[in-house]
Design a protein around this ligand. Structure first.
Ligand code: SF4
Length: 478
C-alpha cells in the first residue's frame, strides 16, 4: 500500500492564481504514450499522421480540382531530409497516403513499402487515382532554412506542375504534428480541471486541493478527453501491456537489425546471462539492461512500440515498468499512478522545452525519458511530491548537453544502448531523490527544464538528429 499525506479527493477545487487556460498544458496522456511503429516518432509516426491528414484534405477537394490532380510531391527538409531515409520517413508517408494510421498499421507491411523501386502505390481520392513511389520524394539535404527542424511539404500538382493543394507540416517530436498556420500548442476545445504550465503550479494545485499528483492528472485527463476514470485506467493498462509486449518480443528475438550497420540484437543474450547470474549482485542491472534493449531493438526493427515520450526513447520506461511488475511485483494501480507521474514530467518538458531530438539533441529524448522514469519510480514507491520532483530534476540534469548523432541515420547506435543507460540513470536518480531531503534540493525541475531549452538552443545543428557529426562520422569504424 502506498501511503501519501493527502485527504480524499475534493469536489470544490481551488483554481486561483494559476496559469490561464489559453496557455496551459492540454496534452492527453494518450498522446504522449502512443502505440505505433518504430523507429522514430518524429520521423515515422509524425510523417505518417501528416500524410494521412493530407489524404483527408485531398478527399475533401472539389471534384473538378481533384480531377486535375496528376502527381503528389513530398518535400522533406531539415532533419527529416538528413536522417529520413534511415528512420523510414518515406515509407511512413506512403503508408499515411494509403490511409494507414500509426496505431493500427501492420509494421511488417510498412517495412515492405518502397523496398522495390519499380513498385508504385495508388493513392485514391475523389474517384481519382495517382501513383506514388520513391520518385515522388525530394530530400532537401543540407538546407536548414525551414521554420522547424522537421518540416515536410506535401502538394498535389496538375499536368503543368501547377500546385492544386499544398500543406506544410512540422513534426515536433513524440509523433506530435501541426500544420503551418496552426498553433504548435493548440489543444482540444475542452480545458483541464487543473491548468498548469510549470511544476510549481502543479504542486500548488496539490497543496490547495489536498490531492495527489495522480488524482490531479486523472481529473485533467477526464476533462480533456471526456472519458471516465475506469476507461482511462483501462487505457493505461493497455499502454503498459503494449510496452511489455515489445519487451517480451525483443527478449526472444535474435538476429540482425534492418539497415546497413548490420547490428546484432543483444537483448536475448543479456536476458539469458541475467537468468544464469540470478544470485549475483549485478544480475538486477543486467535484467534492466535486457528489458530496455529488448524494447529499443524492437523499435529499431520497425515493430510496434509505445512512444515514451518518443520512439527513439521507447526502451526506458517500458524497461522500468517491466522491472516494477516482474521484480517489485507492484499492483496495477501503482503502475498506473507511476505512469501518470511520468506523464506529468513529459508534459512539462514538451511544453517548456522540447522532446524532439531535432531541437534538443538526445537530452530531449533519452534525457526526458530518464526524468520521467525517475519520477515514475519515486511516485510508485510512495515518494512525496518533492522527492518525485527531485528525481525528475536529477534525471534531466545528468543528460544536459547530450547530443543526437545516430550512425547512418538509423535509430540504433547510440540509441539502443542509450535507452539502457537512461533507465539506469533514472534508477539512480530515484535512489538519490528518495534518500535526500527535497527541501535541500538546490535546483528545481522548472529551472532545469529552462536550462535544457537554452542548451538545446545553443547546441550546434550538427548534433540534432542530422547525422552530420559525432558518432555518426565514426560509421567507418563499425
Ligand atoms: S541519439 Fe537519442 S535523440 Fe538521437 S535518434 Fe538516437 S535516441 Fe533519438
Amino acid at each position: 500500500m502506498v501511503r501519501r499525506n493527502v485527504g480524499p479527493a475534493n469536489t470544490h477545487f481551488s483554481k486561483q492564481h494559476f496559469t490561464n487556460h489559453m496557455t496551459c498544458i492540454t496534452t492527453s496522456v494518450f498522446d504522449l504514450f502512443k502505440i505505433g511503429p518504430g523507429p522514430s516518432s518524429s520521423h515515422t509516426i509524425g510523417p505518417m499522421k501528416a500524410a494521412f491528414d493530407f489524404l483527408r484534405q485531398l478527399q475533401q477537394l472539389p471534384a473538378e480540382v481533384a480531377a486535375r490532380g496528376q502527381r503528389i510531391e513530398i518535400h522533406l527538409h531539415g532533419s527529416l531530409s538528413a536522417t529520413g531515409k534511415g528512420h523510414g520517413t518515406d515509407r511512413a508517408i506512403v503508408g499515411g497516403l494509403l490511409g494507414w494510421q500509426p496505431d493500427s498499421c501492420d509494421p511488417k507491411a510498412l517495412l515492405g513499402l518502397l523496398k522495390d523501386p519499380l513498385v508504385s502505390y495508388s493513392v485514391d481520392f475523389q474517384g481519382k487515382t495517382t501513383a506514388i513511389n520513391a520518385q515522388n520524394f525530394v530530400f532537401h539535404r543540407g538546407r536548414y532554412d525551414s521554420p522547424h527542424a522537421n518540416t515536410m511539404v506535401l502538394n498535389l500538382l496538375d499536368a503543368e506542375g501547377q500546385v492544386l493543394l499544398e500543406h506544410e507540416y512540422y513534426s515536433v517530436g513524440g509523433g506530435f504534428i501541426y500544420r503551418k498556420g496552426e498553433r504548435s500548442d493548440a489543444g482540444p476545445e475542452c480545458q483541464p480541471t487543473f491548468p498548469y504550465t510549470t511544476m510549481n503550479e502543479l504542486k500548488a494545485h496539490l497543496l490547495a486541493n489536498n490531492l495527489t499528483l495522480a488524482q490531479v492528472l486523472m481529473a485533467n485527463e477526464i476533462a480533456l478527453t471526456g472519458r471516465s476514470e475506469k476507461e482511462i485506467e483501462a487505457r493505461l493498462d493497455l499502454i503498459i501491456n503494449a510496452m511489455h509486449q515489445a519487451v517480451r518480443r525483443g527478449l526472444r528475438t535474435r538476429g540482425v537489425l534492418p539497415g546497413s550497420i548490420r547490428l546484432q540484437r543483444k537483448a536475448p543474450i543479456l536476458f539469458q546471462q541475467a537468468k544464469s547470474l540470478v544470485q549475483a549482485s549485478d544480475s538486477f542491472l543486467i535484467f534492466l539492461n535486457a528489458y530496455c534493449l529488448a524494447a529499443s531493438e524492437e523499435n529499431a526493427a520497425g515493430s510496434i512500440v509505445v512512444t515514451a515520450p518518443t520512439s527513439g526513447a521507447s526502451g526506458v520506461i517500458p524497461g522500468l515498468t517491466f522491472l516494477m511488475k516482474h521484480h517489485f511485483h507492484y499492483a496495477p494501480r501503482r503502475m498506473r499512478e507511476g505512469l501518470l507521474a511520468a506523464a506529468a514530467v513529459g508534459f512539462l518538458v514538451k511544453h517548456n522545452a522540447s522532446i524532439s531530438g531535432a531541437e534538443m539533441g538526445c537530452m530531449g529524448e533519452i534525457g526526458t525519458a530518464s526524468a520521467m522514469g525517475a519520477a515514475m519510480l519515486s511516485y510508485a514507491a510512495g515518494g512525496s511530491i518533492g522527492q518525485v520532483e527531485a528525481a525528475a530534476e536529477i534525471g534531466i540534469e545528468h543528460h544536459l548537453g547530450m547530443t543526437c548523432d545516430p550512425i547512418g541515420g538509423y535509430v540504433q547506435i547510440p540509441c539502443i544502448e542509450r535507452n539502457a543507460m537512461g533507465a539506469v540513470k533514472a534508477y539512480n536518480a530515484y535512489l538519490l531523490a528518495m534518500s535526500g531531503n527535497p527541501a535541500m534540493q538546490k535546483i528545481s525541475l522548472d529551472n532545469v527544464i529552462k536550462v535544457m531549452k537554452a542548451t538545446g538552443r545553443d547546441m550546434s545543428r550538427k548534433y540534432k538528429e542530422t547525422s552530420e557529426a559525432g558518432l555518426a562520422l565514426s560509421a567507418t569504424e563499425c
